[in-house]
Design a protein. Sequence first.
Length: 618
Amino acid sequence: GVFICPFVRCFLPAVMSMMTDPLEQCSRLAISVFATLVRVAPLVSNEAMDISKKIPEMQGLPFGSSDKVIEHLIHGRPLPPCQIPAKIKNTLERSGVKLRAYQIEGVSWIRFLHSVNLNGALCDDMGLGKTLQSLIGVSLAHHDLTEKKDETEGLNPISLVVCPSTVVGHWMNEINRFFPDGSCFRAFQYMGSAQKRKTLWPQIAKDYNIVVTSYSVLRSDVKQLASKSWIYCILDEGHLLKNPKTATAIAARRLRCRHKLILTGTPVQNKVHELWATFDFLMPNFLGTEKWFGKHFAKPIINGQLPGAVPACIGLGMDKLKSLHQQVLPFILRREKGQVMKELPPKTITDIPCPLSADQMKLYKEFCAGSEAKEALNLLQKKLKSPIQTDQGMDDDVTFGNNVLRSLLYLRLICTHPTLVLSKNRNKGKGSAITGSQSELIGDGKYARLDCSGKLSALNDLLRNAGFCHGDMTAADNDQSSLYIQSLDGGAEPNATSGATSLWNATEESFDDFIDMPDSIDDLNVPSSTAKCLIFAQFTQSLDVLEQFLFRPHMPSLRYLRLDGRTLPENRTVVVDRFNNDDSIRVMLLTTKVGGLGLNLTGEYYAMMFKPMQPKAV
């Protein structure tokens, strides 16, 4: 209760010092107590703080750190700009780095959390420099330790960066770009075969002070990576930990590090539980156990937002959401481009509805009239009549989800191109929706045409009106082998048959999130000659259709690249660099899984969502 308010200043220093204790039971208990103190800290008044100073038993206690936490994190008062040592400042200046005001604020926030033994998540919009801010924060922590020679004699401060395979090369490039010549960082890319990694491991601690690796390597080599004590552990695209039961999340929690930082543009994508998973890595037990969090936060919040929720449920959900915000927001820093880069024009998002072709409409109506679609609709209506979630009936929910999502997937595939459902029809409604290779996909069927898809026809018009492809290009070189200039190697990309639980509950397929395009296709402004276009799809087969029925037969001279699961992780940075630097390559095809994870794309871009995924929860 509020009776502990006068003692918050006393408890905070002791609790925060124990939050990084090597003994897990001790650190978890300290974090749990800290969570309680954070909830009551907003009630601490100046009078309560004065009372604590007058209590004899509290005389001489170090109140400085607790006062800073209450003042800056809880009450939200601006942090003073951190002082960057001359060595680091000179290195950044030689690299041509000029920090913007919001980046200085971000570094100060990271530095402040470091000073009071707390961890957090930097959740800035894409393109605001999360990589740079985090690297400066790590360099400051390393500098502190190297300056304390008496305490750290013989110690080589070393930190770990874990990121998707796609951006390992990007992290290495950024480290070498911002901190060249080994002045602050000696970076090591911990990738390659298992045998190679085993051979190189012994020299890491001796020769390097920052290690960059991927989540897949973390899962494979968790025993080795967890055996080392890291100064900082940075998880890039940290929302990948949203399911705490995955091997990735379990491996991440085993890492031993003094300070933790998560980088992500979307800390919560679809479920409140994802926030618990984030903090279970940053500060275990800060939000209680997963079961406790579900009962006290997630369940009331979700039930209060359901269509049939009664006023009492709505009110309880709002109260719980406010309480949750109060507890976690001090440890999340998020800035959007519109807030900090006012010189940028506002992002324009235009929805362009694409009517179905006659062939698509025929297949769509046939499926909706079938037994599978009717059964899914009945299940959905039954579910909507009793929306409140209970622990009982979870198995029924899974069955319901599989049936409904399978039907929705079939409709989504029809809306992309009829060819995508041909194999399902051939198998009499059983088996996968897509089974063939690219060559099998086309065949010589009656649907192997551009005009069978309203979306492909609209995309054809968009690209031509936007100036990415001109009419005279169609009569150019027909040597298709040289047009798709990226070689495809190995790898595996989840496809449309990867299970209903991984699919998204959307029924309409239009060019959602078509950025920087006018309302009318006919009124498109021709972009500059250096503007480029990104076309995203959820499934590799959607990109196959786009290539087979649009690019190759109708735009044979269009130079483009493709980035998906078939592109080896070590080659993905090379592909992105080529796209950024080669002006003759104006289009890139990407899957949302590979292309949506921290790629460093610079310049003027038009982004098209060919197969949009489920909208992220706000």
